[in-house]
Design a binder for this molecule. Structure first.
Ligand code: DHB
Ligand code: FE
Length: 281
């Protein structure tokens, strides 16, 4: 039987990918950012997950104003890194797990979560930067990936409560998949950042850390946080954090924090990273 063994959340800042691709990780500005992921790179070497369900948002790379799925699942065998204006990142092609992805699609739809099936899409920094942070520069990604794309770019994004419930539905889907697979679920984006308008550059360390505090243990307070609080406290792009709640919802009632990292500055964004283990009930 497939099982979810860990949940990981991380920011997905494009400049972090560029720093890696251009050999700048040891520069004074970037070294502390990458150091925050050393623990997790070792963790992943020990855990050897087979599949990562990678919750991220597309930033007008695969989708645009013509098509805006709230929740979409990538069911293809492979996903190419997107060209975001500088050519595709020099990272491996992302291998999918079509059987698991179609199973999750079926299970979720029959569970009344009507997600959009995508059979062809390029994946942007929202998905590839987290892979680079967790696995470094590799010839081939050591995991298969089931991409779950969430609309947080164009109003209205899904509520935190809906995201949490979607995570619970994904967990039920994974539990009912026959193959013996070690599955992780990742949530990406955030933490506080605003890339536009008069408040561009906004960072809110105190609020971010309160958010991190409430991801472990048994509280589900975050599922009730309204959109307006993300916008007010974490900036217009802080709304990406609702994707972390899909990860958290999939871990069940209780989760233990194994690792946590928070760092400012990195580009325009507060870097947040947490590794969680679902507690057996
Ligand atoms: C930045 C952060 C993001 O999450 C993103 O999608 C784009 C840019 C930034 O900090 O520059
Ligand atoms: Fe983003």
């Amino acid at each position: 039987m497939a099982r979810i063994t860990a949940g990981i959340a991380t920011s997905h800042i494009p400049a972090v990918g560029a720093a890696l691709d251009n050999g700048k990780t040891q520069e004074p500005y970037w070294a502390p950012v990458f150091a925050g992921y050393d623990w997790t790179r070792q963790f992943e070497e020990a855990e050897k997950p087979d599949v990562v369900i990678l919750v991220y948002n597309d930033h007008a790379s695969a989708f645009d104003m013509r098509v805006i799925p709230t929740f979409a699942i990538g069911c293809a065998d492979r996903f190419n890194p997107a060209d975001e204006g500088w050519g595709p990142r020099p990272v491996p092609v992302v291998e999918g797990h079509a059987d698991l992805a179609w199973h999750i699609a079926q299970s979720c739809v029959l569970d009344e979560f009507d997600i959009t099936v995508i059979n062809e899409m390029d994946v942007d920094h929202g998905l590839t930067v987290p892979l680079s942070l967790m696995f470094g520069q590799v010839e081939r990604w050591p995991v298969k990936v089931v991409p779950i794309a969430v609309n947080v770019v164009t109003y209205p994004p899904p509520t935190g409560n809906r995201c949490w419930a979607f995570g619970e539905a994904i967990a039920r889907a994974v539990e009912s998949f026959d193959e013996d697979l070690n599955v992780q679920i990742w949530g990406t984006g955030g933490m506080s950042h605003q890339l536009q308008g008069p408040r561009a550059g906004l960072i809110n360390k105190e609020w971010d850390n309160r958010f991190l505090d409430r991801l472990s243990g048994t509280t589900d307070e975050l599922r009730h946080m309204p959109h307006i609080e993300y916008l007010r406290e974490a900036g217009s792009e802080g709304i990406e954090l609702v994707m972390w709640l899909i990860m958290r919802g999939a871990l069940g009632h209780s989760a233990e924090q194994l690792h946590r990292f928070y760092h400012v500055p990195a580009s325009n964004t507060a870097v947040g990273h947490i590794v969680l283990r679902p507690n057996q009930e």
